[in-house]
Design a protein around this ligand. Sequence first.
Ligand code: GLU
Length: 603
Amino acid sequence: MIRLKKIVAIMMSISVCTTFTVGCSKKEDNKQEVKADKLKIEKVEKPSTGIVSDGKGWQLWDKEGHTTTDKRGAVGENAVVASGKYEASQAGLEIIEAGGNAVDAAVATGFALCVVEPNATGIAGGGCMVIRNQNGDSTYIDFRETAPSAANPYMWNLDSEGIVIDKANESGGKSVAVPGQVAGLIYAFEKYGSGNLTLEEVMTPAINLAQNGYYVTPSLLKDMLSVEEMMEKYPELKKLILNKDGSYYKVGDLYKSEELANTLKLIAKEGKDAFYTGEIAKSIVDSAKKYGGIITLEDLKNYKVVESKPVEGTYRGKKIISSSLPSSGGTHVIQSLNILENFDMSKYGLYSAERFHLLSETFKMVYADRAEYMGDKEFISVPEKGLLSKDYAKVLASKIDMNKSKVPTKDDPWIYEHEDTTHYSVADKDGNIVTATQTINWTFGSGVVVDDYGFILNNEISDFSTDVNSPNCVDGGKKPLSSMSPTVILNEDNTPFMVLGSPGGSRIIPAITQVISNVIDYNMSIQDAIDAYRMYDNTEDKIVYEDGLDKQAVEKLKSMGHQVEQYEEGYNKYFGGVQAVVYDNGKLIGGADSRRDGKAEAN
Ligand code: GLU
C-alpha cells in the first residue's frame, strides 16, 4: 500500500510531505512473468476535466466539489498500495502486476507522487524509507536533503527577536537543501528491486501521469490558491500553478507537464547522474542562485544516500521498526509508546479527558527531549539508546500526575545509553514491506522552480533551528532533523502486523503514536483507527484537538491546567494523513486518510 499526504500549518507556515506504504505478500524470490509491455508510454487522449474515481463507487469529491471521506481503504490478498493519491497507488499496483516486487512498486509510487502531488513532494525533495525484505531483514534508507557545503550556523541575518530577516530560511534559494529523492528511489530500486523490471519501466507510470495528465483535486487546488504571495516573489512558480492564460485551474481540470515528463524520461534512461550532474544540475544551481541560493554543482555531485539500521522497540509485545536519525520520528514514536505502555490505555475512553491528558503529558516530554538532544548524529552525539530505553520511559511515566498538567522537567537519557534496545529482528517469510515518507517540506517547497524542467526545489533548510546553540543548527553537509516516521510493526513471532506512516511535520509523531495505540489498545480496524479524531501537543502545553472531545472532557482538561483549543471543526490535514496496511489472516487490509487525498488500492 502506499500512502501520501498532506499539509501542516506550523505557525504561519504550511508544511507538506507525502508518505506511502506498500505491503505485498509476494515472495521476492518468486520471479513473476514480466509484462512490461503494459508499461509503454502512450499518448492517451483524456477529457480535459474529470473526476478521480475508482469506477467501483468511490470518488474523491461530490457534486458540490467537497472531498468525500468514505471508501478510502482496500482489501487484497496479493498486494496493497496505500498512498496519498489514487493515481500513485495505482502506479504501484501496476508494477506489482507487471512482475515487480514491493520495492519496485514503492519506487513507482514514489516517482508518481512526485508528479501528482507537486504541492507536497517532488524530485527535488527527499525522504526516508524502511524496507522489511523477504528474509525478514529490515533496513533504513535515508535520502534526506543535506545542507549545501557553504552553509553554517551563522549564515542567517537575524532581527532583534532572532527571526531570520525576510524568512530566507523558509523560501527562496537559501532555503534549498541538496535533494535526495532521485538518488534514494534509484538506490532502493537497484539494491532491493526484483530485477525483473528496468528503471524506465518502474518510472513509466510517473512519466505517463506527467505527460497525459492527472485531475486537479479540491485539496491540490486549495494549496495552489494558498501560494499567491510566493508566486509574486518567485514568478517562475506561476508556470507550474497557473494556466497559460494566467488563470487558476479548476477542480477536475487535467494537469499535464511535458517538461516534467521529459525530465523523468531523462532520469529513467540515464539514471541518477542525469539529475545530479549535467544540464539539470546546472539548472538547479542557477535557479537557486537567482534567489540567493548557495547550492553548488559539487554539492549535487557529492550527494550520498545513507543506509543504516532502523530504530527498534516494542509496544505491548509487538515489535516496532521505524526511522532513525536524521529523522527523530521513529525514536520519538517508540519513546511515546514506551511511556504509554506504563498505563492501561484501554480503560480510558477514546475521547476521554484522561486519555488526552496522558497523550499530552507524554508528547510534551518527548518534544522537550527532541529539542534538547536531537540532530544529525554525524555532527553531534545523540543519546539514541537512552531515548529508546524502557527504563528511561518508566522514569518519565512516573512523573505523570493523572490529575494535573505539568511543565516537562528534564531528565537524563544518557544514563540509559548502555542499554541495548535495538535488536535485529528476523521476520517470517511472508511479506515484503516498504514504507516511505517523502517531502519537499512546505506547500510547494521553496517556491523556486527549476525552469524548463518542471519541478520545484525543496525548502528543507527550514527544518533546521536558527539557534546556533541548538543540536539541530544548520551546517555544511548536515541533515535537518525530521519527524518522518515510516513504521513497520511485527507480531511477537516476527510475522508482519502493520505498516504505517504519515506526513504532517511535527504532528507526525503524535499521529503515528495515536493510530498505533488505537489499533493495539482499542482493537480498532485500521480504517477506524485512521478515522478517529486526533490531538497534538508539544512543549507549549496546549492540547490542540481535531474533534471528538465533549464539553465535559474539555472542562476537565482545563481543570487539570491544560490549555485546550479545537483546531477547526472536523478532519483537518494539520493532523497528518496516515496511510497504513494491516495483515489479517492472509488478507492485506489497507487504510487511507481522508484528511488528504489518500486512497488504498489492492489486488
Ligand atoms: N519536513 C518535515 C519533516 O521532515 C515534513 C513536512 C510535512 O510532513 O509536511 O519532518
